[in-house]
Design a binder for this molecule. Structure first.
Ligand SMILES: NC(=O)c1ccc[n+]([C@@H]2O[C@H](COP(=O)([O-])OP(=O)(O)OC[C@H]3O[C@@H](n4cnc5c(N)ncnc54)[C@H](OP(=O)(O)O)[C@@H]3O)[C@@H](O)[C@H]2O)c1
Length: 297
């Protein structure tokens, strides 16, 4: 089974990658910023191709290289960032939206036609996409691609950079889920494909807080994993194993546009937020994302 994956070098993705390469029939191809500096657990056991999700040209090149290796059985789009200060991608888009959403949207579209029969496409979303979850991260207000790509055009933009950064994060995760729902809708020609979104729960201890500076990052890595409790709290090994199962376990085969979320240490199917279930909004996000990056809808 050939699996192509982003975000395999750290946190939840690294845990998933370790589970996957322990399976006898899995060949793992990962997209990484530094192919020469892989985590020890992966070195020599995966094929690492260069990929910087902050640059759509790099995403295109990665897609070409991954496709050239032969039919792909599973695509896992797991990489993600959360920022504390505004930054731009290589193409000038807001960096969180560009990295978490636009890059994975492009990758999924480039790779979809090269997924083998009964293959899978999985994107990592987050419970933060849903205002009803009250995760503590500011919830999305909309999924307007132009305003997300160019926040200065958003009349509702938060004044505080940290709040804007966290809302950009939750909104990008909403976009991941809406992309999965719309992809499932659009690919009625490929009913064999399994198309899923995954919420790993709240997983303190990963690298996700790295932009917040040394103190917050240290607390996130070392203190929160010990003190935080709740049914949505998970660990990288638990969520990584769940993600690997979504990619390989026959029990998940055939799911179309479903949202699996960690609850008490295991994945359960959950109803997406009201906005994520808005079919017109999902279609608009798809079309507007295509326009932003110069693809036909
Ligand atoms: N931790 C949580 O509580 C939580 C909750 C819900 C959802 N999630 C989601 O889970 C996923 C994994 O997050 P994590 O918590 O495991 O964080 P993490 O430890 O920071 O892992 C993020 C991964 O994304 C990769 N990445 C980031 N920017 C990239 C870029 N420009 N190009 C290529 N790769 C890039 C990183 O690669 P490098 O090694 O090069 O940095 C790393 O492998 C994310 O999608 C996140 O949104 C996390």
């Amino acid at each position: 089974m050939r699996i192509v994956m982003t975000g395999a070098t750290s946190g939840i993705g690294l845990a998933a990658a370790k589970t996957l390469i322990a399976m006898p029939d899995v060949s793992l191809i990962i997209g990484v910023r530094q192919p020469s500096a892989l985590p020890v657990a992966l070195a020599g056991r995966v094929k690492a191709l260069p990929l910087d999700l902050a640059d759509l040209a790099s995403v295109d090149h990665f897609a070409d290289e991954a496709i050239a290796l032969g039919p792909i059985d599973v695509l896992i789009g797991n990489a993600g960032i959360q920022l504390n200060a505004p930054q731009r991608s290589a193409q000038g888009f807001e960096l969180t939206f560009a990295t978490n959403h636009l890059a994975h949207y492009l990758l999924a579209r480039r790779v979809a036609d090269h997924i083998s029969p009964s293959g899978r496409i999985i994107l990592t979303s987050s419970g933060t996409h849903d205002p009803a979850e009250e995760t503590g991260i500011p919830a999305p207000r909309h999924a307007n691609a132009e305003r997300l790509a160019y926040p200065e055009r958003d009349p509702e933009l938060d004044k505080a950079a940290g709040v804007a950064g966290r809302r950009a994060y939750s909104t990008s995760k909403l976009c991941n889920l809406m992309t999965i729902r719309e992809l499932a809708h659009r690919r009625s020609d490929r009913p064999d494909l399994t198309i899923l979104a995954f919420d790993p729960g709240f997983v303190p201890g990963t690298g996700l807080a790295r932009s917040y500076g040394p103190l917050i990052n240290w607390l996130f890595r070392n203190v929160l994993p010990v003190v935080i409790r709740g049914s949505h709290v998970s660990t990288a090994p638990l969520s990584g194993r769940a993600l690997a199962a979504l990619a390989t376990d026959p029990v998940y085969a055939g799911g179309r546009g479903l949202y699996w979320s960690m609850e008490k240490g295991r994945a359960i199917e959950r109803k997406p937020s009201t906005l994520a279930r808005d079919d017109a909004a999902c279609a608009a996000l798809w079309n507007d994302s295509a326009a932003l990056i110069g693809l036909a809808a």
